[in-house]
Design a protein around this ligand. Structure first.
Ligand SMILES: [Zn+2]
Length: 470
């Protein structure tokens, strides 16, 4: 990636729109922030009426191929739309998909649950990047030389579990003599134990080792990115290619008291790498404030196609060419069910060059959103967002708050224009599974109609009602 950066642009202030895979990828595929695409819960698929990037390119005559790993990229969510080829690259993944669908249609929920447990373990422990490379190489060779191609490779190995192969397992922490491994990272009680306070159990030294294993995974992936670029070069496609390398979110290593992601909107989970290489480009760094909403318009401009109406970002190609591009404040959002505190939390955030506001809301008895906490961080002094101001009056009077509200209003207006399909038409098969599971956890009402929106999500997809902060 460093070698590629010598002829591309590294965006140092790029934000993901959420801290987990499903909403963040949906944004990349539609250009819409989560409050517009609405895919903020495990059981929701993309709106069938909204076009995706592969659909737009396919309609323009492009070959479209994608390889996915990690179950939130499953075609059922809408990711397969518009692809000539959209393949599960997990080891044995297609068999598991077949068994899973059969068990669901037979309503054999015991089997469904056991397949689900097994597939989650597989998702985290499987090493998939070589599978993606193999599929990509074979496809690149088979595409008609005269046809334009859009290729999407989802590389999951940097995701926990952190179990890099040699020599990457020791590369970043060669002297470690302890017993901590990256196996079972999320559920390992020697790392995090929710029944204790504080929940963090891991020592500083072992945590340093876990970070080194994470770095090892990234270094491992990096070698495969090199091989993917080689495959493009061998096929004579590299010199005309636009390469976009990014991530859907980061992982937390107790910067804010937790591990992994999908729990917060802090810098370590929302700030993502973004590297764009254009033919004939030269190496530069850009600190302009950008986001994953900009990926689709960037590729659309390069391909000479119109972005779908739901796409609210802007093309980053001017910055790649070295032209000026203004900062654009970035929205973040996360809908989160806190199983241990038995409550729904909804967080949203707004990032500018120098500040970030993070707001946390909960539901009252009538399922109305209530402010729980709001913080404003000075990123120049505190880039890690460790301690912010909680002065609600001062935040409400700040220009960033006004810009935050204006950005939310733009999304609300776009939502009305986009004429979204009713929620009932947007469920995936995951829905049946998810409600079944919650009922078994003693949280039956989350699967019924007593919660607005039903089926686990406490309100319909789309923009949230306004919540005053004073
Ligand atoms: Zn992810």
């Amino acid at each position: 990636m460093c070698a590629l950066a010598e002829r591309g642009t590294v965006f140092t202030s790029a934000s993901a729109p959420s801290s987990w895979t499903l909403p963040s990828h949906t944004t990349m595929f539609t250009g819409a922030p989560p409050a517009l695409h609405g895919v903020e819960w495990d059981d929701l698929a993309m709106d069938p009426g909204h076009a995706t990037l592969p659909e737009v390119l396919h309609d323009a005559g492009w070959f479209t191929g994608g390889w996915w790993t990690g179950w939130f990229l499953a075609g059922d969510y809408g990711f397969s739309r518009g692809f000539d080829v959209y393949d599960n690259a997990m080891t044995g993944g297609r068999d598991i998909e077949r068994q899973y669908r059969a068990a669901l249609s037979a309503e054999n929920y015991d089997l469904v649950r056991s397949i689900l447990a097994g597939r989650d373990t597989l998702g985290h422990q499987d090493i998939t990047t070589p599978n993606v490379l193999r599929a990509l190489e074979a496809t690149i060779e088979s595409i008609d030389d005269k046809q334009d191609a859009f290729l999407f490779a989802h590389l999951f190995d940097a995701h926990y579990d952190y179990i890099p192969k040699a020599p990457f397992d020791t590369q970043f922490d060669p002297d470690y003599a302890g017993s901590m491994t990256g196996q079972n990272f999320y559920k390992n009680e020697a790392i995090f134990d929710d029944s204790k306070s504080p929940a963090r159990q891991v020592s500083d030294r072992d945590l340093e080792h876990l970070r080194a294993l994470y770095q090892g995974e990234i270094a491992y992936i990096d070698t495969y990115i090199g091989r993917m670029v080689d495959a493009l070069e061998k096929a004579g496609r590299l010199e005309n290619a636009l390469l976009v390398i990014t991530a859907d979110h980061g992982d937390e290593f107790f910067e804010h008291g937790n591990r992994g992601h999908r729990q917060s909107l802090s810098a370590e989970v929302l700030q993502v790498p973004l590297l764009i290489i254009q033919p004939g480009g030269s190496g530069r760094r850009s600190d302009v404030v950008v986001g994953l909403t900009d990926i689709l318009p960037t590729i659309a401009e390069f391909a000479g196609v119109d972005a779908p109406a739901t796409s609210l970002g802007r093309s980053l190609l001017p910055a790649v060419r070295g032209e000026d591009l203004e900062d654009r404040g970035q929205l973040g959002s996360l809908l989160h069910y806190d199983l241990f505190r038995n409550e729904y939390l909804f967080m949203d955030s707004y990032r500018t060059r120098d500040t970030k506001i993070i707001r946390t809301m909960g539901l009252d008895e009538e399922h109305r959103l209530q402010l729980k906490r709001i913080e404003r961080f000075d990123l120049a002094q505190d880039p890690g967002e460790s301690s912010g101001s909680r002065d609600r009056k001062a935040i409400a009077a700040s220009p960033e708050w006004a810009a935050f509200q204006a950005a939310l209003q733009r999304v609300t207006d776009a939502y009305i224009d986009a004429n979204p399909a009713p929620r009932g038409e947007r469920g995936t098969k995951v829905r049946e599974l998810f409600s079944h599971d919650l009922a078994n956890l003693g949280y039956a009402e989350a699967s019924g109609d007593s919660v607005p929106g039903g089926l686990g999500q406490p309100w319909p997809p789309g923009p949230r009602p306004k919540v005053e902060i004073e």
